[in-house]
Every structure is written in C-alpha cells, then in structure tokens.
Design a binder for this molecule. Structure first.
Ligand code: KG4
Ligand code: ZN
Length: 346
C-alpha cells in the first residue's frame, strides 16, 4: 500500500464526465479536506442542454486552475508527499469530457508516482449516499435509487463492488424529463431545480398526468410518455391564452415523476426484502421526492440515507470515496486507463 502523508491517506477525486469540472480531497475516514466544482451551466443553458464539444473544451480550461485552488484550500504544499491516490471517473459519460479528467489524472499519478484508480460514475453516485451523513452509513445489502439527467436505476448493492441492476428506464431518464419540460416552459437548463422551486407554490392535483407504468409488476421506468403528455398539456394551456399556470403544471408533473419513482422503489423493497435505501443523482435533490421517500421510510420502518443536496448532483467527493473503497478492495488501474463512455456497472 502507498504510504500515508502527514494528512493520512488522502485521495484526490477527479470528475469530468458531463458538464461539471469537480475536484476533491478526502482522507481515509471520508472527511472532506476540500471540494470544488466549476460549473458550466451558464454556458450550456443558452442551448437548452449540454453541448459535448463545448463541455470538453471548458473542462480543459478549468481543470488545472481548479487544482491549484483545491490545494490552496486544503493547505496542500507538496502533493507528491501529501496525496496517496488519484481516483478519476472513467465512465460512463461524454467521451470528450471523460478524456480530460482521465488524461489529467494519469499525468498527476505518474508525475507524483502514486496509484491511480478509474471509477464508474454510477458507483460514485452510490457512494454519495453511502458515505452520507456522519456516523450513519448504510451497510450492504441496501437498495440505491439513482436518478439523474442520464440515469434512472434501482440497484441492489449486495456488497461494495457487487451490484445488481433491479430496474431501469425504458427510455428517458427522470432528469431528462425535468429538463425537457422545463425547456418547453421556457425555464431553462437544468430544469429540475426550476420546476422544484415553482412546484412549491402550485397544486399537484391541478392537472392529471399519467403515472408511467404504475400498474406493471416489473421494476421499470418510462418518462418519455409523461414528458409528451406534459408538453401537450402546456401547448393546450398556451392555446387557451392568458397566463400559463406555471406553478400548477410544475407541481402536477413533479408529482407524476415522484409517484412513479416511489411505486417502483416500493416494489424493489418488496421483492428484495432489503430495508435500507439510499437516494442519489441530481434528481435526488428534488424536495417532493425527498419528502415522499422520507414519509414512506418512516411509515415502513425503512432506514433512509439521503445525501445533502450538494452531494446529489455531480461532485468529486463521491468519486474519491468510491475510488478509495475500490482501491481498498484491491482494485488498481494503470497508465493504460482510458475512458469508457458506456461502462456498465453490472
Ligand atoms: O447527477 P447530475 O448532476 O448529472 C448527471 O449525471 O446527469 O444530475 C443532473 C440532473 C438534471 O437533469 C437536473 O435537472 C436534475 O438532475 N436536478 C433536479 C433537481 N436538481 C437537479 N431534478 C429535480 N429536482 C431538483 N431539485
Ligand atoms: Zn451524475
């Protein structure tokens, strides 16, 4: 094993899979020494979504200045002596974006002569909740609901490193549906936070939207039909003229998404018999989803692990935590590590 520096065994996490350049330093107890994110949201929002080529270029510009700021924040003066491991997201994600993180991480590991570990982005999201809050941590087996802009999955974590996919989306991810409905409403990108905010003052019963696959016996999701139903509703309301009932539309759409997630999560709990749940991914920041899950968990005596909102969206703390755990399980990468945009965890 690599020696520990004076700060203990410190892992540098590097995340560039989509549109956030994120770096973090954690110690072996998962304490966060520094955590920085350079968001590209303002640059992409003009286009209504992430533009891959732009994302890649912006990662290149951001990553080294961000590293300097990270070291300044954590008081790292001699990284070669103070950092023990570099953990980097090597998939899934956008090829051009992943490349920047992976190449940077390889150069750093080689330059500092320390080990390198490639991390699956989804394993990172699982660890965002698994390293959760203080002393409370889930012990495998537990169920992880990952809901983001690119993923909607229910995973059974048998043990760390051993994951079973229990259910997934047939088409759009939940976050994608939030983003598309938001775009139609003229609320910009990313759509989730805007819809979440507006929904707070709306009525979820104002409009009836279909709850996708509500009565099937499978653990599966579909958000494409709901998205189309919401867009059709918005167009009809526009045709009627007058002010668009924005808050009511947001609340009704959000309710249908949350209901769908909850119905299938309940099914996963029933089928697996597992009584611990973690929630992660950008949509896990959603207020209605968080309170619906909290209510369900309390009623059914299920232990729920909700990461703080900032840990739900993409960040490098979760990558460092997943990478450190993977390293301790004996996994290693070397300088042949290359990005795998479609790396499957199962
Ligand atoms: O995990 P993440 O940062 O990136 C991906 O890996 O996709 O997730 C981003 C997604 C976006 O679709 C965004 O609209 C959604 O998470 N999101 C939310 C909320 N905050 C972010 N969706 C619903 N409610 C929110 N509060
Ligand atoms: Zn993500």
């Amino acid at each position: 094993m690599t020696e520990r520096g004076e700060k203990g065994f410190v892992t540098l996490g590097v995340e560039t899979s989509c549109d956030d350049t994120a770096l973090a330093l954690i110690d072996e107890k998962n304490n966060v020494l520094a955590d920085l994110i350079s968001s590209q949201i303002d640059s992409h929002s003009a286009y209504g979504g992430v533009v891959p080529e732009l994302a890649s270029r912006m990662h290149q510009e951001a990553i080294l200045p961000l590293l300097e700021r990270l070291f300044a924040k954590a008081g790292v003066k001699e990284p070669r002596k103070e950092i023990s491991l570099v953990a980097v997201t090597s998939g899934p994600g956008l090829m051009g974006s992943l490349l920047v993180g992976v190449m940077t991480a390889k150069a750093l590991a080689q330059g500092w002569d320390i080990p390198l570990i490639g991390v699956n982005h989804l394993e990172g999201h699982i660890f965002a909740a698994a390293r959760a809050v203080g002393e409370r941590q889930p012990r495998p087996p537990f169920i992880s609901l990952i809901v983001s802009g690119g993923h909607t999955e229910i995973v059974l974590v048998r043990k760390f490193g051993d994951y079973e996919l229990l259910g997934f989306t047939r088409d759009d991810a939940a976050g994608e549906a939030f983003d598309k409905v938001s775009k139609t409403l003229g609320l910009g990108y990313p759509g989730g936070p805007a819809i979440d905010r507006l929904a707070a003052s709306g009525s979820a019963e104002a409009f009836t939207l279909p709850i996708p696959l509500a009565s099937t016996k499978e653990i599966e999701f579909s958000f494409s039909g709901l998205k189309t139903a919401a867009i059709t509703l918005i167009e009809k309301e526009r045709e009627r003229g007058g002010e668009l009932p924005l808050a009511d539309i947001c609340a009704s759409f959000q309710r249908a998404v949350v209901e769908s997630l909850l119905i299938k999560l309940k099914l996963a709990v029933k089928k697996s018999g597992v009584k611990q749940i973690t929630l992660s991914g950008g949509v896990a920041a959603n207020s209605a989803l968080r309170s619906a899950l909290a209510g369900y968990a309390a009623a059914k005596k299920i232990e729920l692990f909700l990461p703080p909102r900032a840990m739900c969206t993409d960040n490098a703390v979760m990558i460092a935590a997943a990478g450190y755990n993977s390293y301790m399980r004996g996994n290693r990468s070397d300088l042949r590590l290359s990005p795998n945009p479609s790396w499957s965890l199962w």
